[in-house]
Design a binder for this molecule. Structure first.
Ligand code: ATP
Length: 304
């Protein structure tokens, strides 16, 4: 049965320390004990889909260091196929996260092995998964050439391509956007990313943002709106607002990755984009009810 998802993307060890206040340049502050969590947008999306019951594989690179062992161990425990996660002699990607007393984070990311993912890695993996995966889902925490390859080979193999362009900056480069945007079905962005990509000023109504993204050449677009849910725009189907699900939000970290992983999994089973967004909105809402990213991702029975 070909109803799986291949996620092409990053895996990081998130090193988290709580601080009373963030240090100024040149200053040292003391923080809490260190906590180490598996993270990275690719791994987050893969775990989100796996928790929901998906057949899911990850394409990426992880170091041969202790962080790499931790990440591979956690992916395997979650049921993610790691046969296309290569072990590299570069250090595993790391996010150094200081969480301030009012919850605001300052984050430094060291991409490490994520920056070594090649277009050849991706081509081989996508072709190898064409017998079981129907959707290829990517983000932008790996080299641009790898994402271009993911989009092109997904199309070549008749697989649907989903892109969550975080961080969004590469899409402002026409040489990158040209081969990638017309293959996105959908492009999934949050409101801030949508405004940045469109150069749009703040507006109260997000529906025109999703419509505006269609004019960039994508096949369909989804703009996530936090507690307000998401807006879907499709060439043939017009624009639809899918309302949010009211929950008590504890920590919104990784909500967007939970949303996109769930969306990709649902689309691999049924191509109806609005139905997939309705389901992903429930998954995103469940993911904000607990602390952390992957640790808060729901199983089907946890959905509101
Ligand atoms: P993050 O960067 O924190 O991972 P994001 O900015 O990419 O998230 P959001 O639009 O904040 O993405 O959230 C993605 C989805 O998660 C929303 O569409 C919604 O379904 C759900 N969600 C996020 N915040 C809330 C909330 N406070 N209440 C209910 N659902 C939420």
């Amino acid at each position: 049965m070909t109803t799986g998802v291949l996620v092409v993307g990053s895996a990081n060890a998130d090193l988290v320390v709580q601080v009373d206040r963030h240090p100024a340049p040149g200053e040292t502050v003391l923080g809490s004990d260190l906590r180490v969590h598996p993270g990275g947008k690719g791994a987050n999306q893969a775990v989100a889909a796996a928790r929901l019951g998906a057949r899911v594989g990850l394409v990426g690179r992880i170091g041969t260091d202790a962080h790499g062992d931790l990440l591979v161990g956690s992916l395997v425990r979650e049921g993610v196929d790691t046969s296309t996660v290569l072990r590299d002699d570069a250090p595993t990607g790391v996010a150094l996260i200081a969480v301030g007393s009012t919850g605001e984070n300052s984050i430094v990311v060291s991409p490490g092995a994520n920056a070594r993912v090649t277009d050849a890695d991706v081509k081989d993996a996508v072709r190898g998964a064409s017998g079981w995966a129907r959707v290829v889902s990517a983000q932008l925490e790996i080299p641009r050439a790898a994402v271009v390859a993911a989009a092109a080979v997904a199309e070549e193999q008749g697989m649907r391509f989903v892109l969550n362009p975080s961080p969004p900056d590469p899409l402002l480069d026409p040489d990158f956007a040209g081969p990638v945007l017309p293959r996105c079905d959908p492009l999934v962005v949050n409101e801030h990313e949508a405004r940045m990509l469109l150069g749009a000023a703040s507006a109260d109504d997000p529906a025109p943002l999703a419509d505006g993204l269609l004019r960039t050449g994508v096949r369909s677009a989804v703009v996530t709106l936090g507690a307000r849910g998401a807006v879907v725009a499709q060439r043939a189907g017009g624009t639809r607002h899918v309302p949010g699900v009211p929950v008590e939000a504890v920590d919104t970290t990784g909500a967007g990755d939970a949303f996109t992983g769930a969306l990709a999994w649902r689309l691999s089973q049924d191509p109806d984009l609005v139905a997939a967004v309705q389901w992903a909105v429930r998954v995103g809402a469940a993911a904000v009810r607990g602390l952390g990213a992957q640790s808060a991702y729901p199983r089907p029975e946890d959905l509101p």
